[in-house]
Design a protein around this ligand. Sequence first.
Ligand code: ZN
Length: 164
Amino acid sequence: MLIEKNRVVSFHYRLSEAGAGLIEDSRAGEPLLYLHGHHGLFPVLEEALVGKSAGERIEVTLAPEQAYGPRRENAQQRISKSHVVGAGKRRVDFKPGMTVQVNTSEGQRTVVVTKVGLKTLDVDANHPLAGRTLSFDIEVVAVREASEEEIAHGHAHGAGGHAH
Ligand code: ZN
């Protein structure tokens, strides 16, 4: 079965940055699932996967603009430690370089700690992979028809997909 709109794709991927080596390899766990044609992956990746079938492999390099966007200047902020999700319930040993979730007026977002103060943190609100040229090595594991429920929800259900 070929990959096209409203089919669920099970896949493994290896994510690396040119010149900087491996960042993530999904083979440590189960394959991931996505519903094709519903913005589950970066658009360039979905385009490259059209017409592929189980067992095929593709390698796609994405410019920052096609992935997590360019790094923004002015994304450095000083925040209260109390804005970190979960910080009220347990003592967190903050360290530069660690990724934390913070509550903002636009919901939760992931930031990287750059400096630790007594009651505040300096954080970088850029996505950790912003500004990087990324290479995805994707192996299609299986392709199946989506259920009506999956199409209505706009995402794949089951292990490796959306759980709710
Ligand atoms: Zn759903």
